[in-house]
Design a protein around this ligand. Structure first.
Ligand code: ADP
Length: 257
């Protein structure tokens, strides 16, 4: 059964009054408190905020990896709430890519093998051409047969990105994708994500603590104590420009006061 609607939604992801509570009783933690946000197709958004403000929880709920306590998540026009696990898995497989800081690359497989692996698990083996194209799109065409141990941290992160892109997901969720990278490797990964949005109309949601990374996005959403504490639209004429990073940093500092 198809999990997509007939009419493509202009909203890649929509969160309506999303709440998430961990535990119950006096020791319960409210990780998200009635968060409402929309992420239009073809936009790049950064989610920022202090540690514990709910960023990762928001990303996991929006990606259908975790169920909210209350509120609604809509992905590509489909309300995730009523879907059983099988349908949620199908929707994730068809629509969503993930990149996390912990790469989970398999050490014994080549870059190409790692890129191919999730689609093999899903029983939808992708062609060798697709795998090679995904690696080429992240600038690693000549590293397809290298194992993770033979690649730099930035190259490994780009393998993880290629793995997320090989199925051509509509929406990419990235949790601190540049957290472990040096400046040059970070910029390569961020430029790649920018290109996905600008050239292919994909949608990217990225959690980051780094204003320099946020400077590549169209919009920064700030969370504080599980609530939306601010929104900062950015100029996209020159993504990654230091002036943008300074604007983001100043905004962050004001929120932390
Ligand atoms: P951030 O990504 O902004 O650091 P998180 O979304 O990880 O924040 O966490 C938000 C709050 O929810 C924190 O107080 C955290 O301790 C709590 N939390 C997150 N995951 C769990 C969990 N699995 N069980 C209990 N509490 C959790």
């Amino acid at each position: 059964m198809s999990t997509t609607t007939d009419v493509p939604s202009s909203e890649a992801v929509r969160l309506d009054s999303l709440s998430k509570e961990y535990g119950s009783g006096p020791r319960s933690v409210t990780a998200l408190d009635r968060v409402s946000l929309t992420f239009p197709r073809g936009t790049f958004t950064a989610v920022m905020g202090p540690s514990g403000s709910g960023k990762s929880t928001l990303l996991r709920c929006a990606a259908g990896l975790e169920r909210p306590t209350d509120g609604r998540v809509t992905v590509a026009g489909v309300d995730l709430g009523p879907l059983d696990e099988r349908r949620r898995t199908a929707l994730r497989r068809d629509q969503i890519g993930f990149v996390f800081q912990s790469l989970n690359l398999v050490a014994s497989l080549t870059a190409a093998g790692n890129v191919e692996l999730p689609s093999r698990f899903a029983g939808r083996r992708v062609s060798r051409d697709r795998v090679e194209a995904a690696l080429a799109s992240v600038g690693l065409a000549d590293r397809a047969h290298h194992r993770p141990g033979e690649l730099s941290g930035g190259q490994q992160q780009r393998v993880a990105l290629a793995r997320a892109l090989v199925t051509r997901p509509e929406t990419l969720f990235a949790d601190e994708p540049t957290g472990a990278l040096d400046t040059t490797a970070s910029r390569q990964v961020l430029r790649l994500m920018r290109r996905l949005v600008d050239d292919h109309g994909q949608t990217v949601l990225m959690v980051t603590h780094d204003p320099a990374a946020a400077a590549f996005t169209d919009l920064v959403v700030f969370l504080k104590d599980g609530r939306v504490a601010g929104r900062l639209p950015l100029e996209t004429a020159s993504p990654g420009e230091p002036g943008q990073a300074a604007t983001v940093a100043a905004h962050m500092a004001r929120l932390e006061d």
